[in-house]
Structure formats: structure tokens, C-alpha cells
Design a protein around this ligand. Structure first.
Ligand code: HEC
Length: 102
């Protein structure tokens, strides 16, 4: 019983330190969904009308997504390098742990 409690507490502490999927969801819905779509398939209202068809987001790693955001604009992907480090972390975590798992 005590161990379960400690486990749950440390889980919440870990989640807080390594990114917040709720905050990530808000960022995704306001800044990414229009292109990448609600399930990451690239079928958002803007994404479906791009001149080049968007590929579905792939199961990569949080770090890879953060690096893509840091790198700035690429092709038709806008520049998101101005998101704060924790915003990048949160949205990457949301994509890997929630969006691509459902
Ligand atoms: C205006 C449309 C648009 C918006 C908004 C947008 N993207 Fe993209 N994204 C693209 C396009 C187009 C590409 C493909 C770029 C290329 O390689 O030519 C891409 C590529 C990516 C990739 C690499 C795809 C892969 O799996 O190889 C990731 C990750 C990504 N976007 C994440 C995001 C995140 C996170 C956001 C929100 C902060 C976002 N995008 C917002 C259009 C968009």
C-alpha cells in the first residue's frame, strides 16, 4: 500500500518535471492541429490543402520532435523555434505519449 502511494507520487513528480501533456495538447490544438490534424495524419483543415501532401506524424522520439521545432522552418512547416523550451517539450510529449498512442 505504502509503495503504491510512493509510486503514484513519484509518477506525478516525473510528469511535472518532464513535460505536461495537457499543456502540450493546448499547444498542439492551437498551433499544429490545423495542418497535422487531430490524430496526426496530416488531415487538418490547412494541412489537407497544402500543395504537397503531408505525411502522417511518425512515432519518433520527443527529442527528435524538439529538434525539428528548434530547427525552424522546413518546406511548408512554419518556424516554431520561438516556442519556449518547456512548450517544445510539452507538445513533443503530447504527440509521442497521447496522440500517436491512440
Ligand atoms: C502550416 C502547416 C503546419 C503547421 C501549422 C505545423 N506543421 Fe509540422 N509540418 C508541416 C509540413 C509541411 C511538414 C513537412 C516538412 C518537410 O519535410 O518538408 C511538417 C513536418 C513536421 C514534423 C516532421 C514529420 C515527420 O514525422 O517526419 C514534425 C514532427 C512536425 N511537423 C511537428 C509539428 C508541430 C509540433 C507543430 C505545432 C507546434 C507543427 N508541426 C505545425 C506543416 C505544418
Amino acid at each position: 500500500m505504502r509503495h503504491t502511494f510512493i509510486f503514484i507520487v513519484s509518477l506525478f513528480v516525473t510528469l511535472k518535471v518532464y513535460g505536461d501533456t495537457n499543456a502540450g495538447k493546448n499547444i498542439y490544438n492551437t498551433k499544429c492541429l490545423m495542418c497535422h490534424g487531430s490524430t496526426g495524419k496530416g488531415d487538418g483543415p490547412v494541412g489537407s490543402n497544402l500543395s504537397k501532401k503531408l505525411q502522417p506524424l511518425k512515432q519518433t522520439s520527443e527529442k527528435q520532435i524538439i529538434d525539428i521545432l528548434k530547427a525552424g522552418p522546413k518546406g511548408l512547416m512554419p518556424d516554431f523555434s520561438s516556442l519556449s523550451a518547456s512548450e517544445k517539450q510539452d507538445v513533443a510529449k503530447y504527440i509521442i505519449e497521447v496522440l500517436l498512442k491512440n
